[in-house]
Design a protein around this ligand. Structure first.
Ligand code: HEC
Ligand code: HEC
Length: 249
């Protein structure tokens, strides 16, 4: 007589259904824990292979952009090894740049030949090429250096290299840009007011909101730079130095 199957505890696969489900979950968890690191190790290996084949020609094997090709390119390739240069660049921006390229530069649209996974893998490898903060430089000094770089990239055109708002654009604006070099006026402006102006802009003036482009951390770095450089010159230290204004957009 075998018409009706009645589950018998202790038989029937040994365990009641709930226990079986739990066991299944643990097995799945076990395998994913085992395979995850393996998967990411493979992804990094893959990223490195892609980098060395497709990117090192311009960006350099160690990400120093010190190749013969880099010397003749304008703008030059990014120096992935430089922590100051890379600090202001989000993953989202870099992914987009690798996928779509950068117009009017030698940086091509790799989305045509690489898959999404390969682009993420190569970006992970690019991040690993970054040198640590130079020895002897404090976090605060580093933040100011990043602020300097961001300032030269985004703010110089109106506020001027020395914070005097004496640029062609600055002079042509109906409401002139803030003169950061003016100590007396700057002493009355708090960090919180500066943060608000940078993040949300000043309506009715050329000072537009920057919060879509700059993280709160980068805005704080800009403020630190504006406060320090226009009042005491920033110590030149390592990497990109105090040389020319940033050539990347
Ligand atoms: C022919 C030279 C060349 C090759 C090859 C090349 N790049 Fe670039 N790359 C550049 C240049 C030049 C820039 C600077 C563009 C700019 O200033 O906007 C750049 C910029 C970048 C940036 C920063 C973009 C940004 O948002 O500022 C990333 C990330 C990047 N490249 C990744 C890669 C990766 C990954 C590869 C390989 C798959 C690669 N590049 C191959 C020349 C190259
Ligand atoms: C297109 C020109 C332009 C650019 C680019 C620009 N600014 Fe301004 N900025 C102005 C003008 C104009 C004002 C004066 C606004 C006012 O008086 O209300 C101003 C004012 C400011 C102020 C003072 C706000 C206040 O309450 O007085 C700060 C701080 C500031 N800008 C920071 C920045 C930073 C940081 C950047 C780069 C991320 C930047 N600006 C880029 C035009 C510009």
């Amino acid at each position: 007589m075998n018409c009706c199957h009645v589950p018998v505890p202790g038989k029937d696969g040994g365990r009641p259904p709930v226990t079986r489900a739990v066991a299944r979950t643990f097995r799945a968890l076990f395998w994913s824990l085992l395979l995850l690191p393996l998967h990411s190790a493979l992804a990094t290996a893959d990223g490195r292979a892609i980098y060395e084949q497709d990117c090192a020609f311009c960006h350099g094997i160690r990400g120093e952009a010190d190749t013969p090709a880099a010397r003749v390119l304008d703008p030059p390739p990014r120096r992935f090894a430089d922590p100051v240069e890379m600090a202001g660049l989000s993953d989202a921006r870099l992914l987009k740049s690798i996928r779509d390229g950068r117009t009017n530069t030698a940086m091509g649209a790799w989305g045509r030949v690489l898959t999404g996974d390969q682009i993420r893998a190569v970006l992970a490898y690019v991040r690993r090429l970054q040198r640590p903060i130079p020895p002897g430089m404090t976090q605060a000094e580093f933040d100011i250096r990043v602020g300097q770089r961001l300032y030269r990239q985004y703010c110089v055109v109106c506020h001027g290299l020395h914070g005097r708002a004496d640029t062609i654009v600055g002079r042509a604006l109906p409401v002139s840009p803030r003169r950061f070099a003016d100590r007396a006026a700057m002493a009355k402006l708090t960090d919180a007011e500066m943060f608000r102006a940078i993040a949300y802009g000043k309506p009715g003036t050329a000072m537009v909101p920057w919060r879509a482009l700059l993280s709160p951390r980068d805005i704080r770095r800009l403020i630190a730079f504006i406060r320090s450089d226009f009042h005491y010159p920033v110590k030149a230290a390592g990497g990109s130095g105090k040389a020319a204004p940033a050539r990347h957009r």
